[in-house]
Design a protein around this ligand. Structure first.
Ligand code: ATR
Length: 272
């Protein structure tokens, strides 16, 4: 193999990224291989040095290393600096460059279903790492962002960060409110629903024009998304975000256009 790529995380056995990237290399006849490695937090520095020593051209970084890995890199792209987290590393002329494609991957996954972003209202449920990347990317597109989190202090910190980067943001109670009537984009970023459990509150009365996204993709349709669908909203799960963060990582590493449809089919096959 001429080029080697990987994903590192803890846990990592359920990662669909190898399937998606390897299907793309095969389709385009690229002499490369994408592997996955289980890296415990206490071995992160050694793992990064090891990937460099072994001649890897780049790798993805997933939980729980996205923030910690920044201190083992040489430079960060503006996208990575803005979020303070890295999901993609490229080795370029011996230097370790940290990048983040999560936020722009989310943007690409929803843009076909929204008639522009500027001045529209996004409500995010949750204020963890995933919410942060998405909120900053939506704000960079000119959306007004409203963040609801069970622990309100974390939503306040995120609002301040968005304002720091020049965006417009507010926070509120983790409950239905006026926002439900005029939201353009509702994004569920908490871990509620991963085990098939119901969502703590109803979205009854939500504006029918809203696009509702749950970043969970396994199960394919959370109880939250099912209810949004019943209210007449268009819905998307998190598979699109996974796909496009991968496609953008591919393009950062290899240039050109990633074979998005091949990668999408590989993800569908891996899920079934
Ligand atoms: P990630 O990086 O995947 O976003 P995280 O940083 O651990 O993960 O964030 C998890 C998010 O899910 C947080 O917003 C968390 O809310 P708190 O900040 O109040 O902890 C939210 N979350 C997890 N379980 C929840 C529950 N049962 N009800 C409401 N929110 C929940």
């Amino acid at each position: 193999m001429e080029k080697h790529y990987a994903v590192i995380g803890d846990p990592i056995e359920h990662s669909l990224s190898p399937r998606m990237h390897n299907a793309g290399y095969e389709a385009l006849g690229i002499d490369a291989e994408y592997q996955r490695f289980h890296v415990k937090p206490s071995y992160l520095a050694e793992a990064v040095d090891g990937l460099c020593a072994l001649g890897f051209s780049g790798w993805n970084v997933t939980l729980p290393h996205k923030e910690k890995v920044t201190s083992h890199l040489d430079t960060l792209t503006p996208q990575a600096r803005r979020v303070g987290a890295v999901n993609t590393v490229k080795i370029h002329e011996g230097k370790r460059i940290g990048h983040n494609t999560d936020g722009d991957g989310f943007i690409r996954s929803v843009e076909g279903n929204l008639n522009g972003f500027k001045g529209k209202k996004a409500v995010l449920l949750g204020a963890g790492g995933a919410s942060k990347g998405i909120a900053l990317a939506l704000s960079a597109q000119g959306m007004q962002v409203h963040i609801l989190n069970r622990t309100p202090e974390k939503a306040t910190v995120l609002v301040e960060l968005i304002k720091h980067w020049g965006g417009t943001a507010t926070s509120g109670k983790f409950a239905p409110g006026d926002w439900i009537e005029d939201v353009d984009l509702l994004v569920q970023t908490t871990s509620v629903g991963l085990r098939g459990e119901p969502f703590p509150f109803s979205v009854q009365g939500i504006s029918e024009k809203a696009l509702v996204v749950d970043i969970i993709f396994n199960p394919r349709e959370t109880a939250f998304l099912q209810e949004a669908k019943k209210q007449g909203c268009r819905t998307l799960n998190g598979l699109g975000m996974l796909l496009y963060q991968g496609a953008l990582a591919w393009e950062f590493w290899l240039g050109g256009q990633a074979p998005v449809e091949v990668m999408r089919q590989a993800l569908y096959r891996a899920q079934s």
